[in-house]
Design a protein around this ligand. Sequence first.
Ligand code: HEC
Ligand code: HEC
Length: 265
Amino acid sequence: MKITKIGISGVLSVLISLSLAKAQPEAISPEDWALYQEGINPGEVFAEEVGGELFNKPMGKANKSCASCHNPDDMKFVSQIGKYPKYQKECNKVVSLQQRVQMCQAKYQKMKPFSLKSKENVAIVTYLKYIATGTKIDVDTSSNPVVKEYYEYGRKVFTTKRGKRYLSCQVCHEFAVGRRLRMQWLKPLGKGTLNGVQGTSAAAHWPGYRMTKSKVFTIEQRFQQCMKNAGMKKLPLGSKEMVALELYVTSLANGAEINAPGLVR
Ligand code: HEC
Ligand code: HEC
C-alpha cells in the first residue's frame, strides 16, 4: 500500500477549521478520528482498497479488468485524468470521468456499468484521481464547437439564479466571496484569487472525503449538496447540465495540481 501520510499542518488546519466552525463532532466516526490522529486520510484508504481492487478485478462478460488495458504507472494514461470532463468523438459529447469509466465497462468489459451514484463507480473514479495526484487539471474548453457549447452552458448553469431563494452558484462563489455563511467562508472555486480571496482549485481535490459525513463524495455530489442547501432543485448526476457545470468549474482550476481525494469538511 502506498497510503501517504498527510502533512501534520494539513491535519491541523482541518481540525482547527472544524473546531472554529463548530462542526458537529458527533458526525465524525470514532474510527475516522483515530485515522486522522495517525495522519491518515480515510479517502485514500477508500481509493486504494476499494477503488484499486475494482480496477484490478476481471469483470463482465469479457472477464477483463481495467488493469488489463490500462497501466496505472503509464504516465500517458494517468495524465489524461485531469483532462476530464473531455470531448469524446464516438458520442460527440463531453463526458465526465465517471461516464468514461461507464463507457469502458459497457464497451470493453461487456457489463452493465455501475451507476454514477454507486459506491463502485465513485471508488474507481477516486482511485483514478488518486493515481493522478501530482499531474495537472487541464480541461479543454474551446477546441471544437461541442466543447465550446458545453463550456458556455456550464457557465450559464453556474450563473443562473433559481430555486426558492433565487440563488446561483455565482452569488456565493463569486459575488459573496470573503463573506461568511453559517460560519463558513464563501470561497471562489478556481485557481486564482477573487476579491482578494484565494480560490480553492476545487476540482483538483474532488472526489473528496467529507469529514462531517465520513464518506467520499464526487464533485457532482458536492454540487448537489450546495443546490440542496441553497434551496435549488438538484440537477441529476450525469445530466448535460451537470457535466457542463463540472466542465466549467473544472476549467477554473486549470493548471492546478491534482491532490485527491481531498480531506474536506
Ligand atoms: C479491453 C480494454 C479496456 C478495458 C477492459 C477498459 N478500458 Fe478504458 N479504455 C480502453 C481504450 C481502447 C480507451 C481509449 C478510448 C476508446 O477508444 O474507447 C480507453 C479509455 C479510457 C479512459 C480515458 C483515457 C483518455 O485518453 O481519455 C479511461 C479513464 C479509462 N479508459 C478507464 C478505464 C477503467 C476505469 C476501466 C475499468 C472499469 C477500463 N477503462 C476498462 C480500453 C479498455
Ligand atoms: C448559499 C451559498 C452557496 C451557493 C448558492 C452555492 N454554494 Fe457551493 N459552497 C458554499 C459553502 C458555504 C461551501 C463550503 C465552503 C467550505 O467548505 O469551506 C461550498 C462549497 C462548494 C464546493 C467545494 C469547494 C472546495 O474547495 O472543496 C463546491 C465545488 C461548490 N460549493 C460548488 C457550488 C456550485 C457548483 C454551486 C451552484 C450549483 C454552489 N456551490 C452553490 C456555499 C454555496
